[in-house]
Design a protein around this ligand. Structure first.
Ligand code: F0G
Length: 448
């Protein structure tokens, strides 16, 4: 069942094989360099690529573009208060803006931050303050065949050990990311959020929740956590955040908008400090780098995100993509998470060594075979990190239909058929910062 129908559509075309081969060559075997109109099903990210509702489009017209005291900001405040339980809100241009505002206000050189798993931009903002980002994922978080209901959890015992090693005074912030994007979008249980908050309390640290996909996480809690099944989704969503001193939010995920984000903060003093930083980097604290209309759409989207049929369909659609891929013989991380299916390219193309980027090869072949765009999250994107060669197929919200997902699975099946023929890739051009190479580097096939 679908609880919505289309009102506006965007034409898409599948370029012919020759066109796809040409586009891939011109892009230097890097799908970030492709023009989007050469892509048929775009699963590069679920961030800002979803479809807004008619209510959100209508809200754009109500946007109050006042520099200060915008009524759109007041509507965002009220939505954040109702849906997330925070009274102090600072809008930002997107999630990483919120990270800058929060971590820039909390961290100093030499500090250590614990997180179930830092998302890339979170890690970068921690590092930018001269602090060290340490991950505490549970065992199995990276294992594609691990079973578990909440593989996104924070390993609290590990966090405690690290605190004993480095000293609690060096850890001013403990974070949990829901769902855990870097661990295949796996959910975090309510019980675990509570325990992580207790750890933060023991360490006398601030407890921050990266709330990007809080609604999807709440759905898993309702489905899987003992004693939660009869509760309203909105209650669970709020309780998850009730333990946090602050949250960072990318509106491009579970606020269902194309751009925007915010930080929400409980403590009055921290809020004042963060506002000063927001003025410096984002804008006056009632617009924060956004147009009033963007804020207005975010306020509406936040409420829609906790509508139970919407979230259930969303998470089920991701699961459906996973099932279709499995039927096509593709090795994926199971159970599937909330926003994406992660394919184990290291296993599918096990004749290509990790230093020849099997994940990137798979990304290229999905494009060449069916103009499907995914993203590599292995040895190419994370040089030197000990990560499996996964490819992420992220599903934009309210955007694609089952037919699109079937096309993705058929494309993957065709790629699998020909897998023996594929060779690895080598980088022939890359930017100075290795950490950012996957966004712009150029590669070429290499026979060896
Ligand atoms: N935190 C998490 C868990 C994220 O997934 C993202 C973005 C951010 C923070 C930063 O938010 O992009 O609005 O600045 N993730 C996107 C992705 C880019 O493709 O997973 P942003």
């Amino acid at each position: 069942m679908r609880s919505y129908k289309a009102k506006a559509v965007t034409p898409i075309r599948l370029p012919d094989r020759e066109g796809r081969i040409e586009a891939l060559d011109a892009a230097g075997h890097n799908v970030f360099n492709l023009d989007s109109d050469a892509v048929y099903v775009d699963l590069l990210t679920d961030s800002g690529t979803g479809t807004m509702s008619d209510e959100q489009w209508a809200a754009l017209m109500r946007g109050d573009e006042a520099y200060a005291g915008s009524s759109s900001f007041a509507r965002l405040q009220s939505a954040v208060s109702d849906v997330m339980g925070f009274e102090h809100v600072i809008p930002t241009h997107q999630g990483r803006g919120a990270e800058n505002v929060v971590y820039g206000s909390l961290l100093e050189e030499g500090d250590v931050v614990l997180n179930n798993t830092h998302f890339d931009t979170t890690r970068a903002h921690v590092a930018n303050q001269g602090a060290e980002a340490v991950d505490c994922p549970v065992e199995g978080a990276w294992d594609r065949e691990a079973t578990g209901e909440f593989l996104g959890n924070f390993d609290v015992a590990q966090g405690r050990e690290i605190a004993d090693e480095v000293g609690a005074e060096r850890i001013p912030v403990v974070v949990t990311t829901i769902t855990n994007n870097s661990a295949a979008g796996q959910p975090v249980s309510l019980a675990n959020i509570r325990e992580t908050a207790e750890l933060a309390d023991e360490l006398d640290a601030w407890f921050v929740v990266d709330a990007c996909r809080f609604a999807e996480n709440a759905h898993f809690v309702k489905e899987r956590e003992p004693g939660q099944g009869d509760r309203a989704l909105a209650d669970i969503a709020r309780e998850q955040l009730s333990y946090a001193d602050a949250i960072t939010m990318s509106g491009k995920k579970d606020a269902l908008v194309n751009i925007g984000g915010f930080a929400a903060i409980r403590d009055d003093d921290l809020f004042e400090r963060a506002k000063q930083r927001a003025i410096l980097y984002e804008g006056f604290p009632t617009y924060g780098g956004l147009a009033g209309r963007d804020i207005e759409a975010m306020a509406v989207g936040l409420r829609e995100a906790v509508d139970p049929p919407y979230v259930a369909e969303r998470v089920e659609q991701v699961a459906t993509l996973g099932e279709l891929l499995q039927e096509a013989g593709i090795p994926i991380v199971t159970p599937t998470g909330g926003h994406a299916v992660y394919v184990d390219a290291g296993e599918l193309l096990d004749h290509i060594p990790t230093e020849r980027f099997p994940g990137q090869r798979l990304v290229c072949e999905l494009y060449r075979e069916g103009a499907v765009r995914g993203v590599e999250l292995g040895s190419f994107a994370f040089p030197g990190a000990d990560r499996p060669d996964y490819v992420r197929l992220a599903v934009p919200r309210r955007t694609y239909w089952r037919e699109h997902l079937e096309h993705v699975a058929e494309t993957a099946a065709a790629v699998r058929e020909q897998r023996e023929e594929y060779v690895g890739l080598e980088i022939v051009e890359e930017p100075p910062m290795k950490e950012l190479r996957h966004f712009s580097a150029r590669l070429e096939p290499v026979e060896e």
